[in-house]
Design a binder for this molecule. Structure first.
Ligand code: UN1
Length: 512
């Protein structure tokens, strides 16, 4: 029976259109013949967005290339001032943009707002970075010489982003690219055009306040894969940062390699956690629940595989099952809802297929299936599934972008590390243990092979201060914090002779 719930929130399309207006998205971007922008909350069409034609895409890249040639001459701390203003505009727009993320991507309210906070955080980081694009001074082997490295702007930076972090992923790339002196051409997911348009309007406000931002510093290409391909194939784009599936990366990576462009790839994850005998089980339970069910299992960093030591399995897994069966699913705008809709039918069908395969492989499925209560009838809401597997095989070995957690028992620590690493992807990982030998081994050279390895927190929800990305089929790229900025610049090594002779390196003699 339905619990007594407050009146249904406002119709999705109306609310989204009001936000777009408030955020300053012009009517000219919409056209009846355009691509429908849907909300996964209700399946409603919010608007029809005019798509970018191939000719327009090429013209946009040309404008971005011209903008780069102006922008690279602006001192980096001044470029940082522009990003500071973007951060200010994002602060002012946080409620609206966060809500639009909820409406368009289906994230629950706090996660929609959290996504915008992530944008603000990376802007702050980039502002500081704009005064710290340091190169080294290096000891030379020659007398009266100096050797140093200089970091220069690189060019047009292509950004291809996915529906699940429709605006934060753009910001990790764009905030760095802008302070590094690059222009940006952004191809957002065709499933999240509205948040992209809103972001563009916010950046334009910052540009107006800054004054002197060259036209074309941020271009947005709206459309499907063909439009993305134009960006990937264009020789004026020396670096492309692409977030999405490993299948997408397999297309994009070789194309970029063929023209010697730089690729920053952030692809699939098949992230695991190990629960060791000494684990704090209360803490592990919360960590696992958020990492596995948060964002309805649609994060690259979502927890998908759980290895539980046999000595704690019967204490942890029944509690986990309880959490799974009682988690609140529903309209992500409602207070208390933790699991919103999947992005579309294809995502739901993929989940069902994986669960069938898991059953065929001997798995016992708890939960799963479509949730259609009340106002959820028109979206693709799924009950999160916890699947007890006899071993790691079948669908456990790949990423299904949905809330499925495969649970397995383990006995031996070395063996579980081997199993942990025995999948294609290498994005994020974690261990719950109070044993410092296990914890340190897990994050050591012989432990997790992932780009992110955590202790006593789940694999998802990384802060922007660290470099974000992973190894193997995750693509090897790093975005956001630490020294990820270096991928957006080119490095020149400079050797200066301030003497009167010409000593050659390696002791070579060449007297003419
Ligand atoms: C993604 O799913 O593409 O670590 C990125 C996290 C977020 C980013 C996820 N900060 O879960």
């Amino acid at each position: 029976a339905l619990k007594s719930v407050p009146a249904a929130p406002a119709p999705v399309a109306e609310e989204a259109r009001a936000i777009l207006k408030r955020l300053g998205v012009p009517d000219s971007v919409f056209a009846p013949s355009g691509r429908p922008a849907l909300s996964p909350i209700s399946g409603e069409t919010v608007a029809h967005v005019r798509e970018t034609t191939p000719e327009e895409a090429k013209a946009a890249i040309a404008r971005a290339d011209a903008a780069f040639k102006v922008w690279r001459r602006i001192p980096a701390p001044k470029r940082g001032e522009f990003v500071r203003l973007i951060g200010e505009e994002l602060r002012a727009a946080k409620d609206d943009l966060g809500r639009l993320v909820t409406l368009e991507a289906g994230k629950v309210t706090s996660e929609g707002l959290g996504e915008v906070q992530e944008m603000i955080d990376i802007c702050d980081f980039a502002v500081g970075l704009s005064r710290q694009l340091y190169g080294l001074t290096i000891a030379t082997e020659r007398a009266d010489h100096r050797m140093m490295e200089t970091w220069h702007p690189l060019g047009v930076c292509g950004v291809i982003s996915a529906f699940n972090f429709p605006v934060a992923v753009w910001s990790w790339n764009a905030a760095l690219a802008f302070v590094c002196g690059d222009s940006v051409v952004w191809k957002p997911s065709e499933k999240t055009l509205l948040t992209a348009l809103a972001t563009k309007a916010i950046v334009e406000r910052a540009a107006k306040r800054f004054g002197g931002v060259p036209e074309g510093l941020l271009e947005v290409l709206l459309g499907g894969r063909e439009i993305g391909e134009i960006l990937v194939d264009d020789h004026r784009v020396p670096v492309v940062s692409a977030t999405g599936s490993t299948a997408m990366g397999r297309q994009v990576g070789p194309k970029l390699a063929a023209r010697f462009a730089r690729a920053i790839l952030e692809l699939g994850g098949n992230n695991a956690a190990i629960v060791a005998p000494s684990a704090d089980l209360d803490l592990a339970l919360r960590g696992i629940a958020f990492a596995a069910m948060g964002t309805a299992g649609q994060r690259c960093t979502t927890l998908r595989r759980l290895f539980v030591h046999e000595s704690v399995y019967d204490r942890l897994v029944p509690r986990l099952k309880k959490v799974y069966s009682s988690v609140t699913i529903g309209d992500p705008r409602r207070e208390g809802v933790l699991v919103g809709p999947l992005i579309d039918k294809a995502a739901f069908d993929g989940m069902e297929r994986a669960l069938d395969e898991a059953r065929a492989a001997g798995g016992v499925v708890h939960g799963g299936g479509r949730y259609t209560d009340g106002e959820c009838a028109n979206g693709f809401y799924a009950r999160p599934a916890l699947v007890e597997m006899p071993e790691q095989k079948g669908p456990v070995l790949r990423e299904t972008f949905a809330p499925i957690l495969y649970v397995m028992r383990y006995t031996d620590f070395e063996d579980v590390i081997a199993q942990h690493n025995a999948v294609g992807a290498g994005l994020s990982s974690s261990i719950f243990t109070l044993d410092m030998r296990e914890a340190e081994t897990f994050i050591s050279a012989v432990g997790s092979d992932c780009g992110i390895a955590n202790v006593n927190i789940g694999p998802s929800g990384a802060e922007i201060g660290g470099a974000f990305g992973g190894e193997k089929e995750t693509g090897g790229g790093r975005e956001a914090g630490s020294d990820a900025w270096k991928a957006y610049m080119r490095r020149a090594t400079n050797t200066i002779n301030y003497g009167r002779t010409l000593p050659l390196a390696q002791g070579v003699k060449f007297d003419v």
